[in-house]
Write a protein that binds this ligand. Structure first.
Ligand SMILES: *Cc1c(COP(=O)(O)O)cnc(C)c1O
Length: 237
């Protein structure tokens, strides 16, 4: 094993251990938490090392980078997640490559995705998708406003080729871990509120929240998918 592969395998093992500990602390089962390994900072060599270390759920934030990596690693066991903003003119090329979209951040996108999914011959009949919510109030962040979602859900439920599986959110850039906890808690509470009046065919059981700096509190607040990049590559450059 190369030094790089060994380092990355060790980092993956350490992160998995921290996921298990955080789940235990909050009385949860670590099996409920999916590790999505984010490859946006690295190239093909590091991505290969992640796959070899057992990370088969991989994520990119830029469509172009996802195209490149998905092309290089097209093995059926590898699943690609898009976690960043998707322009509608990139849907056609992106849709066949991804297994999950974490950044369903506006009606216009959902509508266009639904239309494309209807006409395309995809391996999965409907695209699993998280509705991204701007929980931090950071103005430069994408996503639905928390207060707007309830009245938009019936419209979203009509996009039959999309399979809404949950909500995604990011903590405030500035603010530290306790603010992050509050942000994640607010996403979970929003989800719980929406559950009381949920249209058929919308599922909000999953919560995509938590990155390298805050995934442990995200798990304590109910995350079912953590998106971790930089911590997996510590000591690699
Ligand atoms: C980059 C990114 C991550 C991973 O961030 P790290 O802090 O490197 O773990 C997670 N989610 C989104 C949406 C990102 O853009």
């Amino acid at each position: 094993m190369s030094q790089l592969s060994e380092k990355i395998a060790n980092n993956v093992a350490a992160i998995r251990e921290r996921i298990v500990d955080a789940a235990k602390r909050s009385g949860r089962n670590a099996d409920e938490v999916t590790l999505v390994a984010i490859t946006k900072y690295v190239g093909l060599e590091e991505t290969k090392a992640l796959i070899d270390a057992g990370c088969l759920q991989l994520g990119e934030s830029r469509p172009q980078s996802l195209w490149e990596k998905a092309d290089a690693f097209s093995d059926n066991s590898v699943h690609w997640h898009l976690i960043g903003h998707l322009q509608t003119n990139k849907i056609k090329r992106t849709l066949p490559l991804i297994s999950t979209l974490h950044s369903g951040d506006r009606i216009k996108l959902l509508k266009a995705l639904n239309k494309e999914a209807e006409s395309a011959n995809l391996s999965t009949p409907s695209l699993p998708i998280y509705l991204e919510v701007n929980i931090s109030g950071d103005t430069e962040k994408h996503g639905f406003q928390p207060d707007d979602l309830e009245k938009l859900l019936p419209e979203i439920a009509n996009f039959h080729s999309l399979q809404v599986i949950g909500l995604m959110g990011m903590a405030a850039r500035q603010g530290g871990i306790e603010i992050a906890r509050k942000n994640f808690e607010s996403l979970r509470l929003l989800r719980d509120r929406l559950l009381t009046n949920l249209p058929e065919n919308v599922d909000l059981s999953q919560l995509s929240m938590g990155m390298s700096g805050d995934f442990e509190v995200a798990i304590e607040e109910g995350s079912t998918a953590v998106r971790i990049g930089s911590s997996l590559f510590e000591g690699c450059s």
